[in-house]
Design a protein around this ligand. Structure first.
Ligand code: SAM
Length: 359
C-alpha cells in the first residue's frame, strides 16, 4: 500500500473553499469540517457499532456532567468556525436522544463564517425520532439530514439494528424530514458481507424512486468491539457492479476535492448513488474533518486512539483566543492517515468506538 500518497506541504487551491483563514496540517489539509457528537447514548444496538452483548443495560455511559453543555458546544464550534470550518454535522450516539436538541441547533444556526456566510449545518440520525423532531429541527435552522438505513427488509434490518426496530418507522421518519424540507435527504447504508448484500438493489431502487441520495458505506474497522474482519467488507466496486447489472450506472466527476463519496448516476437520468470506499479506496489525503466527542475530546482521525481534551480547556480560565490557539496547534501537527496505512499490523492498535467519537 502506498506510503507517499497524500504527502503535501502546501494546501491545494481546490481544498480551500472560501477566504476563511486556513489552518493547515502537516499534509496540507485545511480544517474544513467539524462533526460534533452530542451524546454517546443510542436507542439502537447496531451489531457493527454498539453490539448489545457489550453495550447492555449495565453499560456505563457518560454521566451528564461529563458531557459538553450546549453553551460549551456552541463556544467550541465558534472557535472552529473562526479557524475556517464551514460545515458542521451533529451526530452521536443518536443525536435525537439528546434532550432539547433543537435549542442547540438554534445556537449553531446563528453562527457565521468569517466572511459572514451561514454554515452548512446538518445531522446524522437513525431516523427513529424524526417524525416528532423533523419540523422543530428545521424551524431551529437545521438544513439537511442524513438517515442511516441498512435494509428495507424487516428481518435483515432487525438483525443489524439489534433492537427489532421496524423499517416502516424509519421510512416514516424520512417522510417527516422530507415534509419538513430537510432536503436533499441522504441515506447511509453500511454493507456487510453475508448480512445485507441482498438489500443493495432494493435500497437503490427505493431511494431512486423516492428521490433520496443513497450512499453505500464500506464496513469499517472502527472501534474494537464489532469483531471486524476484512472478509466482511463488500468493496464499493462490487456494490456498483450489483446495481449496474440491473440499473446501468456511469461515474460522475467529483464536485470538489475531498468529496468523500464517489458518485454514480443512472444512465437513464433518474438519479445517483454514492459509494464511500473507506477501506478499498481510502481518502485520507483529502480528509479535512475534525471530530469532537460528547465529552469534548478532539479527534483528528476516525481511527485515533487518543483524543485531545478540549473540555478541560473549556472549563478552565482560557480565553476564546487561547481556545483557538489550542485547536489550531493540534490541527497544524496532524499527520493521521490510518486508512491509507491500514495493514494487518494496524488491526491490533487500540481505537475508540465510533458511537463514542461521533460517527
Ligand atoms: N445514530 C446516528 C446514525 O445512526 O446515523 C449517528 C451515529 S452513527 C455512529 C453514524 C454512522 O456511522 C451511521 O450511518 C452508521 O451506520 C455508521 N457506522 C457505524 N459503525 C460503522 C462501521 N463499523 N463501519 C461503517 N459505518 C459505520
Amino acid at each position: 500500500m502506498s506510503t507517499t500518497r497524500g504527502l503535501r506541504t502546501q494546501p491545494p487551491d481546490d481544498l480551500l473553499r472560501s477566504d476563511a483563514p486556513a489552518v493547515v496540517d502537516t499534509l496540507g489539509r485545511p480544517l474544513h469540517d467539524l462533526r460534533i457528537s452530542v451524546t454517546d447514548r443510542c436507542n439502537f444496538r447496531c451489531t457493527y457499532c454498539m453490539p448489545k452483548e457489550i453495550f447492555g443495560p449495565d453499560f456505563a455511559f457518560l454521566p451528564r456532567d461529563q458531557v459538553l453543555s450546549f453553551e460549551e458546544i456552541e463556544r467550541v464550534a465558534r472557535a472552529f468556525v473562526e479557524l475556517g470550518v464551514e460545515k458542521l454535522r451533529i451526530t452521536g450516539g443518536e443525536p435525537l436522544v439528546r434532550r432539547d436538541l433543537t435549542v442547540l441547533i438554534g445556537m449553531l444556526a446563528a453562527l457565521r463564517r468569517p466572511d459572514g456566510q451561514p454554515l452548512d449545518l446538518t445531522l446524522t440520525t437513525n431516523g427513529s425520532g424524526l417524525r416528532r423532531l423533523a419540523g422543530p429541527l428545521r424551524d431551529a435552522g437545521l438544513q439537511r439530514v442524513t438517515v442511516s438505513l441498512d435494509s428495507l427488509d424487516d428481518a435483515v434490518f432487525a438483525a443489524m439494528n439489534g433492537v427489532e426496530f421496524p423499517v416502516a418507522k424509519v421510512l416514516d421518519g424520512i417522510a417527516a424530514a422530507a415534509e419538513a424540507g430537510l432536503a436533499p435527504i441522504k441515506i447511509n447504508m453500511v454493507v456487510r458481507r453475508g448480512i445485507n448484500e441482498g438489500s443493495i438493489v432494493p435500497m437503490a431502487r427505493w431511494a431512486r424512486d423516492a428521490g433520496h441520495i443513497l450512499r453505500f458505506i464500506e464496513y469499517m474497522d472502527v472501534g474494537t468491539t464489532n469483531g471486524w474482519r476484512l472478509d466482511d467488507v463488500v468493496p464499493a466496486a462490487d456494490v456498483v457492479a450489483a446495481i449496474d447489472a440491473v440499473m446501468p450506472l456511469e461515474q460522475l466527476p467529483a464536485r470538489y476535492r475531498g468529496e468523500v463519496a464517489t458518485r454514480w448516476r443512472y444512465r437513464d437520468g433518474s438519479g445517483e448513488v454514492g459509494l464511500i470506499a473507506s477501506v478499498s479506496a481510502p481518502f485520507c489525503g483529502d480528509c479535512t474533518r475534525a471530530r469532537i466527542s460528547a465529552e469534548g475530546k478532539l479527534y483528528t482521525c476516525l481511527f485515533s486512539a487518543i483524543g485531545h481534551d478540549l473540555r478541560a480547556v473549556l472549563r478552565s480560565e482560557a480565553s476564546d483566543a487561547e481556545l483557538r490557539e489550542v485547536i489550531g496547534g493540534i490541527w497544524r501537527v496532524r499527520d493521521d492517515r490510518y486508512s491509507e496505512l491500514r495493514t494487518a499490523a494496524t488491526g491490533d492498535l487500540p481505537r475508540v468506538e465510533m458511537f463514542a467519537m461521533g460517527g
